[in-house]
Design a protein around this ligand. Structure first.
Ligand SMILES: [Zn+2]
Length: 139
């Protein structure tokens, strides 16, 4: 019974494709990647951030880079108060602190992730590297 149902479904799909004059291979080629997949870099807090998308499009591997030379930044806590985080995002190549932010790293990456979500929702993410360069300050 199950096999019969599967054969009927396959028959309907093949008939539909034949009616459209398109082979299964051509139909796969016509599926475009969503444009937002290429949005993997932006500037928040004067820091360039890069990330990847997981299997369910969740934002992963949010990492900081130098907006001037693109070297990955190191992060160190320069706070003198034990319960307060003051994070310096340092570029070893430029030998400078790119940004200093008074928040725990988990809070910063959470905000960056939500900025990315906001831009995806509002379809305002930069479409090119030039747009990212011009859009320095979002925070
Ligand atoms: Zn640098």
């Amino acid at each position: 019974m199950l096999i019969l149902a599967i054969l009927i479904v396959i028959g309907i799909v093949v008939a539909a494709q034949s009616a459209l004059g398109v082979s299964p291979e051509q139909r796969f080629v016509k599926i475009d990647r969503p444009a937002w997949i290429s949005y993997t870099m932006d500037v928040f807090y004067d820091v360039r951030w890069r990330w990847t998308y997981g299997n369910s499009a969740e934002i992963e591997n949010v990492l900081p880079f130098c907006p001037r030379c693109d070297y990955q930044l190191t992060i160190r806590n320069i706070s003198n108060i034990p319960i307060v985080d003051v994070l310096a995002f340092h570029c070893d190549l430029c030998n400078r602190d790119v940004a200093t932010i008074q928040e725990p790293l988990s809070s910063i990456t959470s905000k960056v992730t939500r900025f990315i979500h906001q831009k995806l929702r509002t379809e305002t993410w930069p479409r090119s590297g030039r747009e990212i360069e011009e859009a320095r300050d979002h925070t």
